[in-house]
Design a protein around this ligand. Structure first.
Ligand SMILES: *Cc1c(COP(=O)(O)O)cnc(C)c1O
Length: 384
């Protein structure tokens, strides 16, 4: 295939320039490893930004979820509930701990965990005397779940929430930062996220002792002694001082990145929002999404074209687009896991997966590149 244009990516790293300054400081003081000033400062800055008591920076968001489960004492024989519509990283740590996942469907209002499905699942679990040890709530593509309702339901059953805010750093729900509603929240700084450290993550909580314990577990659970003394199993999950330097530079421009991504969403919505059969991921009143990725569904019966037609069309124009996450209850890996749909006979996440697509949304995407994406989409719909 002949490509006339450079490839447009879904979301690629976007440096500010200050990252280099923090890395240089680490080099100048020879604090390349293990810890050092950038790690300490990045943790403070991240906790301040999110208005949460403490943060531990780690080498991935997946590691943060794993530590949260460890801190909640999740082990074999336990059940953990998790949003079905998500990336597999949300749920694999349940398996690391030898526990059993059970998946909860989405609602159309946010595409995130359905309070109705969660309520049914917890009621049944309670009747059977087998409540989950935790509920992992995911905030997809930057949009917060209905954290007030979900938290009310969970607190009724006294089950802690781990908020997977890997995609929603900087987003808000009722004026509070995403990731700060549960017992624990996690963020990811993987390469395609709204800010990146090349790879990394964080665990946050208002429980300072728990975060201190997370730091301990993330460094091989080394006891305070002159020699190497170990009482429990630990991990090598800590973020390095160089990587934290990138994080400091990135955090300074997070709000700017959010403004940019929201503007990209608005341009897509303006240009494509009137096409029959096209619906964008909603942003309910009282919430503010960072619009990490612009996501929409195409109803082929109304639109005359399918999600896959659009991915193919964009690919021919050298533009990357992806289907919405394939729900975990549909994954071969999790075929034996339990699942609670939104309503007894209606699975919302199945439909979102079937018709959902994410468009290029990088904060470093030039206006003319977005025009190219829009033109390619319109070309398909007009030629249908
Ligand atoms: C990216 C992501 C993670 C995992 O983060 P890593 O830093 O890649 O380990 C977890 N959950 C969701 C929803 C994600 O998008």
């Amino acid at each position: 295939m002949k490509q006339d244009h450079d490839r447009i990516f879904l979301s690629s790293p976007h440096m500010s320039g200050n990252e280099q300054k923090y890395i240089d400081e680490a080099f100048a003081s020879n604090w390349i490893a293990p810890l050092g000033n950038n790690v300490v400062e990045f943790e403070k800055e991240l906790a301040d930004y999110n208005d949460v008591k403490d943060a531990a920076v780690l080498n991935s968001g997946t590691a943060a979820i794993h530590l949260a489960l460890r801190l909640l004492d999740v082990g074999s024989g336990d059940t953990v509930f998790c949003s079905s519509l998500t990336f597999v990283a949300s749920t694999n740590p349940i398996m690391y701990q030898g526990a059993t996942p059970l998946f909860i469907d989405s609602e159309l209002e946010t595409w995130n965990m359905s309070p109705a499905a969660l309520d049914r699942a917890l009621k049944d679990a309670s009747i059977h005397g087998k409540l989950p040890k935790a509920v992992i709530v995911v905030n997809l593509y930057g949009q917060s779940a209905q954290m007030d309702e979900l938290a009310t339901i969970c607190s009724y059953y006294n089950v802690p929430i781990i908020e997977d805010a890997a995609e929603s750093l900087g987003s808000e729900f009722q004026g509070k930062k995403s990731g700060t509603f549960g017992k624990f929240g996690i963020y990811s700084f993987n390469g395609n996220k709204i800010i990146t450290t090349s790879g990394g993550g964080a665990l946050v909580s208002n429980d300072k002792a728990a975060i201190e314990k997370a730091r301990f577990l993330s460094q091989q659970a080394r006891e305070q002694a002159l020699h190497y003394e170990h009482v429990e199993v630990g991990y090598n999950y800590r973020m390095s001082n160089i990587v934290a330097g990138i994080g400091r530079g990135q955090l300074e421009v997070l709000d700017e990145r959010i403004r940019k991504r929201r503007a990209i969403f608005d341009r897509y919505a303006k240009a494509l929002g009137d096409i029959p059969g096209v619906s964008f991921q909603p942003e309910p009143r009282g919430s503010k999404s960072n619009r990490w990725l612009t996501a929409l569904t195409i109803d082929p019966a109304v639109a005359g074209v399918s999600r896959d037609d659009l991915i193919k069309q964009l690919s021919e124009h050298n533009i990357e687009a992806r289907p919405v996450w394939k729900p975990m209850h549909l994954q071969p890996l999790y075929r034996h896991a339990g699942y609670y749909p939104h309503e007894e006979s209606t699975s919302v996440s199945d439909a979102l997966f079937k018709n959902g697509i994410c468009l290029p949304s990088g904060s470093n995407m030039a206006a003319e590149d977005q025009e190219r994406v829009i033109a390619a989409v319109l070309d398909l719909f007009e030629g249908r």
